[in-house]
Design a protein around this ligand. Structure first.
Ligand SMILES: [Zn+2]
Length: 174
């Protein structure tokens, strides 16, 4: 999985994506409504509790049913779901990337509606998720286990962004 997608995973987990509620917190003036359904867009809403998103998760190959109330915290849900899929799936290497792919596809489609004036099309989200999944899965080659460990470490590493955790031995920098 490329660094770009790993960054996306990390930002999602840190609730650091520029979702509308995050922009409002930074006093950016925008229309705060969800482009899928018209309710208020928060990270939890966009990726989990929006009626469109819930339909996406349940019709994806993961077949996940998200309760409409109470809204789970998306970062917590994502971490727990990743761990759950990793432990319980017979072929987890074919399953967990799909979790990331659907999340990514929701974000891209949402951006395309806002910035490219595309129409809402839940099927397009699922097709994009499938396409991205296929590309990653092929790209993993013989490194499937390592990719899984990488993403597991990434979502459990806390505040440091990907790539910034390496310790530089003393004496090399000075
Ligand atoms: Zn919505």
């Amino acid at each position: 999985m490329s660094q770009r997608w790993k960054n996306f995973c990390w930002k999602t987990i840190q609730n650091a994506l520029p979702t509308k509620d995050n922009l409002v917190k930074r006093a950016v003036e925008i229309d705060p409504t969800c482009v899928f359904c018209g309710e208020r867009e928060t990270t939890d809403h966009l990726f989990l509790s929006c009626e469109i998103t819930r339909r996406i998760w349940s019709s994806s190959v993961l077949g996940l049913r998200i309760p409409s109330y109470p809204t789970p915290s998306f970062p917590m849900w994502f971490k727990n779901m990743f761990t759950y899929l990793q432990r319980t799936s017979v072929d987890s290497n074919r399953i967990w990337p799909y979790l990331v792919a659907v999340t990514w596809a929701i974000w891209i489609h949402r951006n395309n509606i806002i910035f490219r004036k595309e129409d809402l099309n839940p099927r397009a989200i699922l097709s994009l998720a499938d396409a991205v999944f296929e590309r990653w899965y092929k790209g993993f080659g013989d490194n499937k286990g390592r990719e899984q460990t990488d993403v597991y470490n990434l979502i459990n590493r806390g505040k440091q962004p990907p790539g910034s955790g390496e310790q530089i031995p003393r004496g090399i920098t000075s």
